[in-house]
Write a protein that binds this ligand. Structure first.
Ligand SMILES: Cc1cc2nc3c(=O)[nH]c(=O)nc-3n(C[C@H](O)[C@H](O)[C@H](O)COP(=O)(O)O)c2cc1C
Length: 369
């Protein structure tokens, strides 16, 4: 078996220095009544920091726009009460020696009207579509776009003021930024629609506005994915050249680190190479990259639909991951469900206690521990 020490090498990523390579993946938990992170939420993140995670990326937290929120009891990233709650989370994580970034989120057309805040405000998206051909919401005007860009920039500035160590912009999984990227949901005929370069205009405006809001030295992480929750087989880029053309402008706009969301980290992104999406991203941009997808879970137990019920950490899976990390395919490794099951995942892996790791079960989402 490979040496797990590789996971515990410090990471010096320019603007962001971390004690190890382990990142907590952003995971929506809906335990913030009134959209304010409370004691339960503070303790949830504190426990993962105490458990050895180098960088926590919070659950998606919605920016200050009337249609940004999609689900009940998701924490806001706007307003004094929510920001004060987040400050308590930040202080708790720092006290345990961890670092933390909020995942700034706008759900776009995935919004369910009725969810507070925003009440009956419909979902906002490039063409009003939640999926190809399925119009459920409002096609954004230029004023709407400007409002949302400003809301992201305000959230970025607030994150820095509150004491976060970085921000992550949620550009993945078929939410608003990705609804602009994806031709399935972006059928605009203005400058925000067209080829992928044009469909990236909204994201580039968001990144540039956040960069202007936080200054040059504050790290901006950008999460993107080929897959969409509306369609696991969807792809933005079919070739390394297309991926390079897609990522270059995001780098120029101010992204420091890419978080490359895949469902299985060992899957090659393009034919002819074993590199995964993070591997290609790092190679093409020269920027640090975070990999993610079924780390610490047993591949043999992954159902085809990618839903829950994985087995506990398997040495074989960790082996493959560490070999790739040793080869500098990527810089950081995000862990999601294994960290829900095991707040102490990082420390247990450091100590080689694989037999002590609990298997993830969907039932575990029924409480915040
Ligand atoms: C309960 C749950 C909630 C999630 N919420 C988010 C989210 O808010 N933002 C996001 O980008 N990804 C979200 N994800 C995806 C995870 O960040 C991660 O990419 C995915 O779970 C794969 O990692 P894993 O196999 O280690 O769990 C969520 C996943 C789970 C299981």
């Amino acid at each position: 078996m490979s040496n797990v020490d590789t996971l515990f090498r410090p990471a010096e990523l320019g603007k962001l220095n971390l004690k190890n390579r382990i990142v907590m993946a952003p995971m929506t938990r809906t335990y913030s009544p009134g959209n304010v992170p409370n004691d339960l939420v503070v303790d949830y993140y504190r426990r993962r920091a105490a458990g050895g995670v180098g960088l926590i990326i919070t659950e998606g937290t919605f920016v200050g726009h009337k249609a940004a929120s999609g689900y009940p009891n998701v924490p806001a990233f706007a307003g004094n009460d929510a920001l004060a709650g987040w400050k308590r989370v930040v202080d708790a994580v720092h006290a345990e020696g961890g670092k933390i970034a909020p995942q700034l989120w706008h759900v776009g057309a995935i919004r369910r009207p009725g969810v507070m805040p925003g009440g009956d405000t419909p979902g906002h998206s490039p063409s009003g579509m939640v999926a190809p051909g399925k119009v459920t919401g409002h096609a954004m005007t230029q004023d709407d776009i400007d409002d949302v860009v400003a809301a992201f920039a305000q959230a970025a500035a607030d994150a820095k003021d509150v004491g976060f160590d970085a921000i992550e912009l949620h550009g993945a999984h078929g939410y608003l930024i990705d609804q602009f990227f994806w031709d399935g949901t972006n059928q605009r005929d203005d400058s925000y629609g067209g080829d992928l370069a044009a469909r990236s205009k909204f994201a580039l405006e968001v990144v540039a506005a956040c960069r202007a809001a936080v200054g040059e030295d504050f790290p901006i992480i950008f999460r993107f994915s080929q897959w969409k929750q509306q369609d696991y087989t969807a792809r933005l880029c079919e070739t390394p050249e297309a991926l390079s053309d897609f990522l270059g402008p995001l780098c120029d706009a101010g992204v420091d680190i890419f978080h490359c969301s895949t469902r299985r980290f060992w899957e090659p992104e393009f034919e002819g190479s074993d590199l995964n999406l993070a591997g290609w991203t790092r190679k093409l941009t020269g920027k640090p990259a975070i990999t993610v997808g079924s780390v610490g879970l047993n591949a043999d137990f992954l159902p085809e639909d990618g839903s829950a019920n994985f087995n506990a950490a398997e040495p074989a899976s960790i082996d493959n991951l560490i070999t790739r990390l040793e080869q500098d395919e990527f810089d950081l490794v995000a862990v999601g469900r294994a960290l829900i099951a095991n707040p102490e995942w990082a420390n247990q892996v450091a100590d080689g206690n694989f037999e002590k790791l609990a298997a993830y079960e969907k039932e575990m989402l029924k409480e915040l521990k």
